[in-house]
Write a protein that binds this ligand. Sequence first.
Ligand code: PGA
Ligand code: ZN
Length: 431
Amino acid sequence: MVSQIEKVIGRRVWDSRGWPTVEVEIRLASGAMGRALAPAGASTGSAEAVDLRDGGPRFRGKDVTKAVRAVEAEIARDLRGMDATDQAAVDAALVALDGTPNKSRIGGNAIVATSMAVAHAAAASAGVPLWKYLAGGRAVHLPLPEIQIFGGGAHAGRRIDVQDFMVIAVGASNYTEALDWTAEVYHSAGQLMSDAGLLAGVADEGGFWPLFQNNSEALDMLMRAIERAGFRPGEQVAISLDIAASQFGSGGRYRLGLEKRELDSAAMSEMLLDWLRRYPIVAIEDPLAEDDAAGIAAFTQQTKNVAVVGDDFLATNAARIRSAAAAGACNTALIKPNQIGTLTETKAAFDAAVEAHWGTIVSARSGETEDATIVHLAVGWGAPMLKVGSFTRSERMVKWNEGLRIAEALGGKGELPPRKAFPWDKGPWAK
Ligand code: PGA
Ligand code: ZN
């Protein structure tokens, strides 16, 4: 069998924040090779798969020698001889080998890198790119990019509460144009920040470091950046936010650091609804904390034509997505493979969202690498949107650029899902 796994190599490499991470290489009998790297979050949800770290003094406890050793020993032992094209069997073996509900024994980082590397090896063995291998003959489109301009929250020393101030080029006619427009907005924002004496480098995902007095000042600056770049806010380029509310709220209390205010769930919700009324915001992620399901449901019910996205709240978990959908909490799932561990479980979460007539956004983490697997997942599975951070730094650009290559392979500039598929164009989330 040419697609039989012969060799599993684990390697400690480095991520975009300069912390260790896990790389896995899979070699098949055919000679085909697949490689993948584990990303890492900073504002992680409590329901996520465990990112296994060594602890101790080395690299502030963040070394990954235990996870790498698990790849080289146990994972290699169990996967050798298996068929790389049987992703479900490989992933089931990884889940069984770990044996814990949250992948804490051999590590979600070891597991996700292995699972993705196996998919790459299988695609290489079939002689096709991963997106094509996953699409299996279905027509595909490029995902609409959601791109960070200002980074806050846990990615910027909590300088402002809101974690991501992003733009979505809702009026762009293709993927290439969406990137072109976002580049203009990003650089306009940088110029405006510089003119105002507010330019202070960039946050973890490459968005500008937010020297603002409060959250709405950042929104005003974003509006000006869109206009200065020559676009009509809302119509051509809209705003999206990741509130990442679990970072500053729990037990129904939300503490806004800069403004020194504490809000209850209803007041927090009202503040966000007020922003939705005042600014052309088309998507809002984790508006309330992961432990505030009732608040998220109440918020979702009060919005219209907006993508309400669950990240920490859903943790790329099919069961959590199904119960959130039943409760009317959110209408869009953020899909991060390392939140759940294997590609099979990630796809199950994706399918649960599609079944609920929700949207999906395939997403990177704040700690990233040169790995562009998620772009292939977004295209191959048919996700309407992709979120990988800002529009600078190569661990981000490697993803946007991979999309351009896929667009070219498809013979164009990257056809996007039909506009009416998105909630802000008053359409339901379509498949
Ligand atoms: P993380 O944040 O990768 O640091 O968890 C990204 C997000 O909240 O979307
Ligand atoms: Zn998030």
